[in-house]
Write a protein that binds this ligand. Structure first.
Ligand SMILES: [Mg+2]
Length: 306
């Protein structure tokens, strides 16, 4: 029954892939690049069976607590560009510019999106504030959305399950049972990440540590965390796996020869920003693409050569 259901889902996915892609986007891979009877896409021959450390991104990879954050960030930036400059650009023009750079910088620390906002204000003759001030304002505006979910989780009126990327908890449990070290590295501020990981019940699985953005932003990047793990454990590329839904962490993985699984998870933003998420993860060099962790068992069998 489950297999039949999977087959239908796969059929639906492949139909969507074949018929709904704009022509400018890379064609979908041939059927034979899917792992048998799954929606797991294999994009490159990799050396499997050696993984002992796994670094996860948080938002969009494990957590959906901040889902919809773009709906807060984009209007805020448009508002600043309109009020802090004398631009004659229309709302639509500004939105296109903001959506492009917010999307492009997703996965890095939030401050980089705010640095770009400052530059855009300056380009239009305005005098920008410190990017940290914009970041604080963004966090302030995002808070009600996040707080509502956090309050629900804390009070127990909201279940954590729908706020986790499907089956991500089970995937982490399997890795722990196998003795694999897991790490969390997020572009969101570290104190938020720690709290939200705890509310989602995933903290205990990150025995390697939970890392996130710092106010002194030069002291943290996903690349730095990855490099430190490689150095500390003297790892070769095939011993380290990076799992994320942002092209930043996938690029970071490939820069050091680590394995990369891209999570083409669905995000709820009104700007259609994840429309080409899968294609971008592939372009960034993802070895494997998964929609979420619902076929985590098959993915683990493949990655660990079981
Ligand atoms: Mg992410």
């Amino acid at each position: 029954m489950l297999n039949a259901l999977n087959a239908i889902i796969l059929l639906k996915k492949s139909r969507i892939n074949i018929f709904s892609q704009p022509t400018t986007i890379k064609p979908i891979p041939m059927q034979n690049t899917f792992l048998d009877n799954t929606a797991i896409e294999i994009h490159r021959e990799i050396q499997v069976g050696n993984i002992c450390h796994v670094v996860f991104d948080f938002d969009g990879t494990i957590s959906l607590i901040r889902d919809g954050w773009q709906n807060v960030m984009v209007p805020m930036m448009i508002e600043y560009l309109q009020t802090e400059t004398d631009t004659t650009e229309t709302q639509e023009q500004l939105e296109a510019i903001v959506v492009e750079f917010v999307d492009r910088l997703t996965g890095k620390q939030t401050i980089y999106q705010m640095i770009q906002l400052s530059e855009e204000i300056e380009k239009r003759g305005g005098t920008p504030k410190d990017p940290l001030a914009y970041k604080d304002e963004y966090n302030r505006r995002l808070l009600p959305v996040v707080e509502e979910r956090i309050a629900g989780l804390t009070a127990g009126t909201l279940s954590a399950d729908p706020l986790r990327v499907p089956m991500s908890l089970e995937f982490l449990q399997s890795l722990r049972e196998m003795g694999v070290s897991c790490y969390l590295a997020s572009g969101t501020d570290v104190e938020f990440v720690k709290n939200e990981a705890s509310l989602l019940g995933v903290t205990e699985y990150f025995d390697g540590g939970i890392f996130g953005a710092l106010r002194e932003y030069q002291k943290f990047s996903k690349a730095m965390i990855i490099q430190k793990i490689i150095t500390d454990f003297n790892l070769s590329g095939s011993e380290l796996l990076i799992v994320g839904d942002g092209y930043v962490e996938i690029e970071n993985a490939k820069e050091v020869g680590a394995l990369a699984v891209g999570v083409a998870s669905v995000e709820g933003n009104i700007y259609n920003m994840n429309a080409d998420k899968r294609e971008r993860l592939i372009r960034a060099g993802a070895d494997i693409i998964i929609p979420d962790f619902r076929e985590g068992a098959q993915l683990i069998n493949h990655l660990f050569n079981l």
